[in-house]
Design a protein around this ligand. Structure first.
Ligand SMILES: Nc1ncnc2c1ncn2[C@@H]1O[C@H](COP(=O)(O)OP(=O)(O)OP(=O)(O)O)[C@@H](O)[C@H]1O
Length: 286
């Protein structure tokens, strides 16, 4: 059904932030809602855009972005250890759309949290780029996450009082992107997700699919190389879900990002480059 969303390039190997509160514009500081038109008019690439494009164009697509080796994760429950992940091995290659499927409780979110550096394994290794997450402190993982990883949630997780544009700008502030880049980058990200004409709308003025597209714009604003999404289409109808997947395929091409997402929806899985199936804390295919 989603044939029009099928991956364009299948020739490569198949295997594949605490938030600050919103604030009003300070005295003398331009209001985000007023400066966006100016941003759209600026079409030449900024230094931020150019340096990113140069680095990414020379990336070796055969080297995994992330490797997971022999990972186990248990939680203490009722005086006993609940073994949730029981020896996970996976590699995520650059610019791929990877999906994790499996029954509720099989361990997908637990794995996504480990891959994103939100949690650490009891055993095994997780290496993201040159960073050994399993050896890093919480602070080190937080720093890496802020710069290099984006998150998308089922519930969108937008600031309700901020417009779409302001939500994206907030992500840029949090990632220490130079202030001079904010206007152009926020406008560009909203354009990428097809929301140029909705950038002044607040979340409650947008449909569920549009809110999720704002969340995508927010998640890619700081140019992460890895985007993690936990059931990003679960709250959406099939048409809106297809739009979100179409945006995912587009940003893999334009933003050179790798996306790893969980889903229960077999129709959505048709557009993946690779699907890992988890049963009781292990992959049954790799
Ligand atoms: N912090 C925790 N403490 C105790 N148990 C946990 C913790 N996190 C996860 N679990 C348990 O680990 C198991 C796997 O949970 P997880 O959320 O990873 O599953 P899932 O595959 O993502 O499920 P769903 O599809 O419903 O989101 C569940 O039994 C859950 O209760």
């Amino acid at each position: 059904m989603l044939g029009w969303l099928r991956p364009k390039n299948k020739s490569l190997p198949a295997d594949g932030s605490g938030e600050e509160q919103p604030r009003a514009a300070a005295d003398g500081e331009p209001d985000a809602r007023l400066i966006h038109t100016e941003a759209i008019a600026e079409s030449s690439p900024s230094s931020f855009e150019r340096s990113f494009a140069e680095a990414e164009d020379s990336a070796d697509l055969t080297i995994p972005l992330l490797t997971v080796t022999g990972v186990e994760r248990s939680f203490p429950v009722g005086g006993q250890q609940l073994h949730v992940l029981k020896g996970i091995n996976m590699s995520l290659y650059p610019r791929k759309l990877i999906m994790l499927k499996g029954r509720s409780g099989s361990g997908k979110t637990t794995l996504l949290n480990l891959i994103g550096g939100l949690d650490q394994p009891n055993k095994g290794e997780i290496v993201f780029k040159e960073h050994p997450f399993h050896l890093c402190s919480d602070d080190q993982r937080t720093q890496i996450r802020r710069k290099e990883i984006g998150f998308i949630f089922q519930s969108f997780a937008l600031m309700p009082l901020l417009s779409a544009w302001e939500n994206v700008e907030l992500a840029l502030r949090m990632a220490d992107v130079p202030r001079s880049e904010w206007k152009q980058r926020a406008a560009h990200c909203l354009e990428l997700v097809g929301l140029s004409r909705r950038m002044h709308h607040r979340p409650f003025e947008l449909s569920g699919g549009e809110q999720q597209r704002v969340a995508i714009a927010k998640a890619i604003a700081h140019r992460p190389s890895l985007l993690l999404a936990d059931e990003p289409t679960a709250e959406l109808d099939s048409q809106m879900g297809a739009q979100v997947m179409s945006v995912f395929r587009d940003i893999i091409e334009t933003e050179k990002v790798t996306i790893c997402m969980t889903t229960h929806d077999p129709t959505i899985m048709e557009v993946a480059d690779h699907v890992f199936e988890m049963v009781d804390g292990k992959f049954i295919n790799t």
